[in-house]
Design a binder for this molecule. Structure first.
Ligand code: PLP
Length: 513
C-alpha cells in the first residue's frame, strides 16, 4: 500500500480531528450552557413537533459528504438547534409513550466523561477501573431488587439484548447435548420456550434469529388480568414432553410491555423447579419496582429466577442505551459466551482474576455504559429510586382516577405505572355488536392525533381486541397537574375526531346507548 504523506512533517503532526484543551473547554462550556437552557425550558416546548420524515430530512441540507471540514463551534451550534427544535422529547413532563424514561442529568454528563476516557470494557486490562465500576453496578442493581449479589451480569444496549443474553445462557445450560459443538441439530429434540401471550416481541426475534424457529415458542394464554395462566403452562409442558420435545425455558413478566401486568412469578418458579426448566424474568420495565417496600409477592418472585433482564434506560432513568442481564450463576454466562483467541492477553493471574466482559455476552469491544447507571445510583441512592418509582406509580393511579371520573373515558387497566383507557362518545354504546369496529378506529386515530399534537404523548395497547390508549409514566419530571391535564386533551381531540369520523350508520340515534 502506498502511503500518501499529506503532512509536511509527521513529527509535529496536526490531525484535523484533534481539538486542543483550550478550544475544547470553550466548545464544551457552550454545549453545556445550551443543554442547561434546553432542560430548563423543556416543559414549555411541545413534546414533539410532529413533523414528517421528509420535512426533517430537508433540514439536513445538501446530502453530499463534505469534502472539507467546518469549524466545530458552528457545527455544534447547528446540531444543538436541530436537536432542540426537531426532536420528540422523552424527557418532557408529558411524555408517557412506550417505555422510555426521562434521562437523568447526571447520566448525560457521565456519557461525556465515559467517551472522553473511552475505555474498552471488553477486557479488564483495557478498562481497569471501568470494568470494576461495571461489576459494582451489576451488584448494586441486584441489591436494589433483592437478587443475589453473587450473580453474574453485564450491561448491554437494552431490553432485547438483555433478554437475548439470558435466553442463550438458558439454552446452553438446558440442552441435553453439546450445543456449542453440535448446534441445534445435535439432539433429536426440539428445544421449547414458554411465554405468555403478552410477552414482548424480543422472543420472536430470539427464536427466529438464534436458529430455533418460531415454532419453538409456546404462547400461553393469559387470564383477565393479562397474567400467564400457570395451569395452561403446566399442561403444555407435559404435552410437549410427551411429544419428545425438550422444554428448556419459561419467561415470566415483571411488568408486561402493554399493561404492566406481573405474571405469578412464584408459581412459575415452582413449575420450573418441578420440570427442571430455566426460569427467566423479563423485568426490562418493571423489575426496579421490587425496590419498593410492600412490593407484592408475585413481583418478588423474580428473586427466584435463574436470570433477569432489567433496563436501566427504563425505570432507572439512565440515558439510552442501558440494559442489564443478571444470571444467578455466572458460570452459565462464561460457558455460553467465553472464547480465548490466541491474540488475547487478558487472562491475568489466578489469585486475582480479572473480569473480562467479552466473556460474558455477545459483544467484543464494549463502551462504558455502566458509568451513567452507576452515577445515577450514587446520585440518589436506594431512597431516591424508592421515591421516584413510587411517585410514578402514584401518578399513574391518579391518572386512572382522573380518567375514571370522565363519562367519555373508560379505564381498562392500571398496573405499575401503566394506565390504559379509551374514549367512548357518551351517546355511543361500547358493544362491538352495536358499534362494530368504530371505537377501535376512533381510538387508533385519536392516538395518532394526540401524538402529533405535541400536547402530550401516549402510545397504544390492544387488549382483548380493544384498541386502547396507554400512558406509561417512567418520568421523574411528570407532576400531578400534568396527568390531570390529560383527560381534557383526550376528550377535546376525541370529540372533534368523532364528528369527523363517525359513519352515517352510527349517527342520528343509531348505535346509541
Ligand atoms: C417487558 C419488555 N421487555 C423487553 C423490552 C425491549 O426493550 P428495549 O426496547 O430496550 O430493547 C421492552 C421494551 O419496552 C419491554 O417493555
Amino acid at each position: 500500500m502506498n502511503s500518501i504523506n499529506h503532512a509536511p512533517d509527521l513529527r509535529t503532526r496536526e490531525a484535523p480531528l484533534d481539538i486542543g484543551g483550550e478550544a475544547f473547554r470553550k466548545l464544551g462550556h457552550q454545549v453545556v450552557d445550551d443543554i442547561a437552557e434546553f432542560l430548563d425550558g423543556l416543559s414549555q416546548r411541545p413534546v414533539t413537533t410532529g413533523e414528517s420524515p421528509q420535512t426533517v430530512r430537508k433540514l439536513l441540507g445538501a446530502d453530499t459528504l463534505p469534502q472539507r471540514g467546518s469549524a466545530p463551534d458552528a457545527l455544534l451550534d447547528e446540531a444543538a438547534d436541530l436537536l432542540f427544535d426537531h426532536s420528540l422529547f422523552n424527557g418532557h413532563p408529558r411524555f408517557w409513550g412506550y417505555i422510555t424514561a426521562s434521562a437523568a442529568p447526571i447520566g448525560m454528563l457521565a456519557d461525556l466523561l465515559a467517551s472522553a476516557v473511552n475505555p474498552n470494557v471488553g477486557a479488564a486490562v483495557l478498562s481497569p477501573v471501568a470494568s470494576e465500576i461495571e461489576a459494582q453496578t451489576v451488584r448494586w442493581i441486584a441489591d436494589l431488587i433483592g437478587y443475589p449479589r453473587t450473580c453474574g451480569g453485564l450491561l448491554v444496549s437494552g431490553g432485547n439484548m438483555a433478554d437475548f443474553v439470558c435466553f442463550l445462557a438458558a439454552r446452553k445450560s438446558k440442552a441435553a447435548w453439546d450445543l456449542k459443538q453440535e448446534g441445534l441439530t445435535g439432539g433429536n429434540q426440539r428445544l421449547v420456550a414458554y411465554v405468555s401471550r403478552e410477552t414482548h416481541a424480543w422472543i420472536n426475534k430470539a427464536a427466529e434469529l438464534f436458529g430455533m424457529g418460531a415454532k419453538s415458542v409456546r404462547w400461553i394464554e393469559t387470564n383477565a388480568d393479562q397474567q400467564m395462566d400457570t395451569v395452561a403452562l403446566e399442561r403444555q409442558i407435559v404435552a410437549d414432553r410427551a411429544d419428545n420435545h425438550l422444554p428448556f425455558l419459561v419467561v415470566g413478566a415483571a411488568g408486561t410491555v402493554s399493561t404492566g401486568a406481573i405474571d405469578p412469578l412464584p408459581e412459575i418458579a415452582a413449575i420450573c423447579k418441578r420440570y427442571d426448566l430455566w426460569f427467566h424474568v423479563d423485568g426490562a420495565y418493571g423489575a426496579p419496582a421490587a425496590v419498593l417496600p410492600g412490593s407484592p409477592p408475585e413481583l418478588l418472585g423474580l428473586r427466584e429466577a435463574d436470570s433477569i433482564a432489567l433496563d436501566p434506560h427504563k425505570w432507572l432513568y439512565s440515558p439510552l442505551e442501558a440494559g442489564c442481564s443478571l444470571v444467578r450463576d455466572p458460570n452459565h454466562l462464561l460457558e455460553t459466551f467465553s472464547h480465548h483467541p490466541a491474540y488475547y492477553n487478558f487472562d491475568g493471574t489466578q489469585d486475582d482474576p480479572p473480569i473480562n466482559y467479552h466473556e460474558y455476552g455477545l459483544q467484543n469491544s464494549r463502551g462504558f455504559r455502566a458509568l451513567k447507571v452507576w452515577l445515577g445510583l450514587r446520585h440518589v441512592g436506594r431512597d431516591g429510586y424508592i421515591q421516584m418509582i413510587g411517585d410514578d406509580i402514584a401518578l399513574s393511579e391518579a391518572l386512572s382516577r382522573a380518567v375514571g371520573g370522565c363519562s367519555e373515558l373508560q379505564v381498562v387497566t392500571q398496573s405499575l405505572s401503566i394506565t390504559t383507557f379509551r374514549f367512548i362518545p357518551p351517546d355511543l354504546s361500547d358493544d362491538p355488536a352495536v358499534v362494530g369496529e368504530y371505537l377501535n378506529k376512533l381510538n387508533e386515530e385519536l392516538v395518532n392525533r394526540l401524538q402529533a399534537s405535541g400536547e402530550a404523548y401516549i402510545s397504544n395497547a390492544v387488549v382483548d381486541g380493544k384498541y386502547l390508549m396507554r400512558a406509561c409514566i417512567v418520568n421523574f419530571r411528570t407532576t400531578l397537574s400534568d396527568v390531570e391535564a390529560l383527560p381534557e386533551i383526550v376528550i377535546r381531540l376525541g370529540t372533534t375526531l368523532d364528528t369527523e369520523m363517525r359513519p352515517e350508520s352510527l349517527r342520528s340515534n343509531r348505535g346509541i346507548v
